[in-house]
Design a protein around this ligand. Structure first.
Ligand code: ZN
Length: 305
C-alpha cells in the first residue's frame, strides 16, 4: 500500500472505530457536538429499495445496477490500469500520470480557493465552525451514509457538495460496470441525504482517463482537478512526512504565483491534522474564495429536490 492509500485506509478505519464507540459523553454527561454519538446512519430509502431490491447500503464493493440512460456504446475503451501504473502515451488524457485536462474538466479558479476531499468525517464540524467563506467538499458515499448529519451541516452552511465516489477506488482500474456502481451509489447517497444530484466529481488520486470521463458525462457530471496539492495527508503518516510550516510556506508561494491569487488547492477533511491545516490555510488566504461552481460559472447541482 502506498502512503496515500495508507492514509485513506486509516481514515476509513478511524471512522469505523469511532462509529462503533458506545460512549462519547464527557464528565457532565453532555454529548459534545462533534461526538460520534450524534452520528446516525442514513436510513436506506424506500425508493432505493424499490429500484435495487436491496435493503441496506452496500459495502466498499457496491453492486452494479443497470440504468436505462447509460449507453455502453458511448463509453471510451481506454485499457484498464492498476493504481501507480501509467498508459504508454497521453492519448487517454490521464490526469494522475500526465496532468492531462479534457475540455469539460474544471481544474482552476480565478481566485485561490480551497477544496476538501474524503469526508464527511467526525473532524469536519470543526472545520465548518472555523470557515468564514464558502468552499467545496468532495464526499465519499460510504461516509455520506455513515455521517449524514455532518453532510447536512455542510449543506446548511452553504458549501458546495461534490462526489468523490462510493468507496474511494482508483477508477481506471475498474470495469465499466464497477465505475458506474461507484458513481450511482454515491449519487444515491447524496440524494438520500441532501436531496440533490451532484454536478461535480473529483476522481480519487486524480485517477481519470477518457473512459472514466465518458461514463461520468452520462450522469451529467464534470470532473474537478486541481492546481496545487497541499499533500496535507502526509501530516498523518507515521512518522509525519510533511510539517504544517512546509504546507503554509507552499500556500504563501501559491498566493504570489499569479498577479492575483488564483487556483484550486487540494485538501482533506477526513482527519484532525488535515482539518487543522485547512483552518490555518483559510486564515492565510482569507475569505475571498470561491466554490468550484463559482470558479467556472457553473451550476451547483444537476437538480435539487
Ligand atoms: Zn480522496
Amino acid at each position: 500500500m502506498n502512503q496515500k492509500a495508507q492514509y485513506i485506509f486509516s481514515v476509513l478505519t478511524l471512522m469505523a472505530s469511532a462509529f462503533g464507540e458506545s460512549s462519547g459523553e464527557n464528565s457532565d454527561g453532555v454529548v459534545p457536538l462533534d461526538s460520534p454519538e450524534i452520528f446516525k446512519t442514513q436510513p436506506f430509502p424506500d425508493w432505493l429499495h424499490a429500484f435495487t431490491g436491496l435493503n441496506a447500503w452496500p459495502d466498499e464493493n457496491p453492486p452494479y445496477i443497470p440504468l436505462e440512460f447509460i449507453d455502453f456504446e458511448n463509453i471510451v475503451s481506454d485499457p484498464r490500469r492498476e493504481f501507480g501504473t501509467c498508459p504508454p502515451d497521453r492519448s487517454t488524457c490521464s490526469f494522475d500520470c500526465y496532468k492531462c485536462i479534457s475540455y469539460d474538466d474544471a481544474y482552476t479558479c480565478p481566485k485561490l480557493s480551497q477544496t476538501f476531499d474524503d469526508g464527511p468525517s467526525p473532524s469536519t464540524p470543526k472545520l465548518l465552525k472555523a470557515l468564514t467563506h464558502n468552499t467545496t467538499f468532495f464526499t465519499v458515499g460510504l461516509n455520506v451514509v455513515k455521517y449524514p448529519e455532518v453532510y447536512q451541516q455542510i449543506q446548511q452552511k452553504g458549501h458546495l457538495l461534490g462526489l468523490h465516489t462510493w468507496s474511494h477506488k482508483f477508477l481506471p482500474s475498474l470495469s465499466n460496470e464497477e465505475i458506474i456502481a461507484q458513481f450511482q451509489w454515491s449519487i444515491w447517497a447524496m440524494n438520500a441525504t441532501g436531496s440533490h444530484l451532484p454536478k461535480w466529481y473529483r476522481p480519487p488520486y486524480g485517477g481519470i482517463d477518457n473512459r472514466v470521463r465518458s461514463i461520468a458525462r452520462q450522469f451529467g457530471m464534470q470532473a474537478v482537478l486541481w492546481d496545487y496539492d497541499s499533500f496535507d495527508w502526509k501530516l498523518e503518516s507515521v512518522p509525519p512526512q510533511r510539517t504544517e510550516s512546509e504546507i503554509y510556506s507552499d500556500v504563501q508561494k501559491w498566493r504570489h504565483k499569479t498577479w492575483s491569487p488564483a487556483g484550486l488547492i487540494l485538501e482533506h477533511d477526513g482527519m484532525p491534522k488535515t482539518v487543522n491545516a485547512g483552518i490555518e490555510i483559510s486564515k492565510i488566504i482569507g475569505p475571498d474564495q470561491l466554490t468550484v461552481a463559482q470558479c467556472v460559472g457553473g451550476i451547483d447541482y444537476i437538480r435539487t429536490f
